[in-house]
Design a protein around this ligand. Structure first.
Ligand code: PMP
Length: 360
């Protein structure tokens, strides 16, 4: 068996030790003679595992005690609706900052439930910039201000936490959570789909401040009502237990790697290597303002798009997979999540140089 370097934007590469452990435990989890998928979520073993995984996540992110951690089905997209349904009372306004298509989709979903004010939008630069927070047009009494700290498709990332209004900050951290240390106390609610830096698809992690619980509209389904889910330890219904289990293994792996300080240093170095190679070449380009280039998702184009097909085919043959860019921007995209080893970036950079020598 040979593993390739998987640059997919998600579902994405998982740490090999996590996959090996899941394989080892698959038929007999915790000596129960069953897989974790066959165990009740209400069993003592699963509840203990769930509590331990939450404690490990809390330790990694330094989550303050007045925040609740929820493990919810439905992925990040369901949170696009869950955030307004939980935080915005009928008739209120919500602020959205758009720096890419995920933020735009989140705002469109919120518009079903609240009056959406687009406080800033970088579409005019094809989402290659982050508008200066001083220019954001926030509303006076917004129920929250939503933004996307890392836009997965265009590779635009906030390297700061915006502080522009009194409204609670709501952040879609799907493609950046756990990539570096985070000051959770600056947020009202953080959510992230699991299939990039957390684990397997099927679950979203929601971190919400206590005082924001209990504001859900009457029509909010129980399974996305933060208070209902917090009071039932995310087990008001059957949670996606296998995804939860994989997340727990990833949290243990992250602690073994030295935690988020160590991951942050490693991720910054990995991204810097790839951007340096792109910038030094005649063949490749990344259009994003260097101040907000993503550490997690690095799109790049070839000077001659006619070479895209050859690039992808030869990269795949060299063990470098899933480099095709999103259909909205074309070209290539390399996602460099936590589980992508530095050797993967080295191999990619080497391949790119060699390709340029041969085709440039
Ligand atoms: N937000 C961001 C930033 C994403 O990258 C994605 C998925 N690529 C989503 C939301 C949607 O996530 P899901 O498919 O888990 O609903």
């Amino acid at each position: 068996m040979s593993r390739i370097y998987n640059f997919s934007a998600g579902p994405a590469v998982l740490p090999e030790p996590v996959l090996e452990r899941a394989r080892e435990e698959l038929l007999d989890w915790q000596g129960l003679g069953m897989s974790v998928m066959e165990v009740s979520h209400r069993s003592a073993e699963f509840i203990e595992y769930a509590e331990r995984s939450e404690a490990n996540l809390r330790a990694l992110l330094g989550i303050p005690s007045d925040y609740r951690v929820l493990f919810l089905a439905g992925g990040a997209t369901l949170q696009f609706a869950s955030v307004p349904l939980n935080l915005a009372a009928e008739g209120t306004t919500v602020d959205y900052v758009l720096t890419g298509s995920w933020g735009k989709k989140a705002a469109e979903e919120a518009a079903r439930y609240a009056t959406v004010n687009i406080a800033a939008d970088s579409e005019a630069t094809r989402y290659t910039t982050i508008p200066d927070p001083d220019s954001w047009q926030v509303s006076k009494d917004a129920a929250f201000l939503h933004y996307t700290p890392n836009e997965t498709i265009v590779g635009v990332e906030f390297h700061f936490i915006p502080e522009v209004s009194a409204a609670p900050l709501a952040a879609d951290m799907s493609s950046t959570i756990l990539s570096r240390p985070l000051d959770v106390s600056r947020y009202g609610v953080i959510y992230a789909g699991a299939q990039k830096n957390i684990g397997a698809a099927g679950i979203a992690v929601v971190i919400v401040r206590d005082d924001l619980l209990g504001r859900a509209r009457r029509i909010t389904p129980g399974v996305i009502d933060y208070k209902v889910m917090a009071e039932s330890d995310s087990m008001w219904n059957t949670p996606p237990t296998f995804s939860w289990y994989i997340s727990g293994l990833v949290f243990e792996w992250l602690a073994e790697q030295g935690g988020l300080e160590a991951m942050g240093r490693r991720n910054q170095r990995k991204a810097a290597k790839l951007y340096a190679a792109i910038d030094a070449s005649e063949m490749y380009a990344n259009p994003v303002d260097p101040a907000c280039r993503s550490w997690m998702n690095v799109p790049f184009t070839l000077r001659d798009p006619k070479l895209d097909k050859a690039f992808l085919a030869e990269a795949r043959a060299a063990g470098l997979a899933n480099l095709k860019g999103h259909r909205l921007v074309g070209g290539m995209r390399a996602s460099l999540y936590n589980a992508m080893p530095e050797a993967g970036i080295d191999a990619l950079v080497e391949f790119m140089r060699d390709f340029e020598r041969r085709y440039g």
